[in-house]
Design a protein around this ligand. Sequence first.
Ligand SMILES: [Zn+2]
Ligand SMILES: [Zn+2]
Length: 178
Amino acid sequence: MAKIHELIVDLNSFEFKKTVDAVLDPGFTDEIKLLSSVDVHVELYKDKDSIIVTGSVRTVVEDKCARCLKEVSIPIEGTIEATYANQDSLPLIEEGAGDDLENLLPLEGDLLDLSDRVIEAIIVEVPQKVLCKKDCAGLCPFCGANLNEEPNHCCQKKAEMPDDWHIAISELKAKLKS
Ligand SMILES: [Zn+2]
Ligand SMILES: [Zn+2]
């Protein structure tokens, strides 16, 4: 992935707090398809051995309806929460800290690249199963016709299904009855 200089923070450039505001081009990543630019607002706080990062991300993601495969745009409002800690203090923090510190990351060098945090914040907000509408009728399992566009679709191909398929179905039906 290309480096986005707005998202690379030089930790020597501030003492306690730094704010990063950026508007990223939708093409900044090819991990997700974005339909609009990405508004990023991040605040970094310097602690003794760590950097605490909080922020928000806004964009619009394109995904496909799980039933009819139509493209759907999903407005995203994600949050960034992470703590970067020095390698030396990492094992200490990890012990007994449990799941609370899932977002604990090692601090490497003086430059902090926030691009992965931005992408993560977007990806976790995309629903597992996207639907174009709650009652999407999906596609005809036989010919692939969009049943939202053809509500009265009566499939020609259904009649052409091989005989053994019909036999299998009737056997299954018989089994369920017994
Ligand atoms: Zn759909
Ligand atoms: Zn059909």
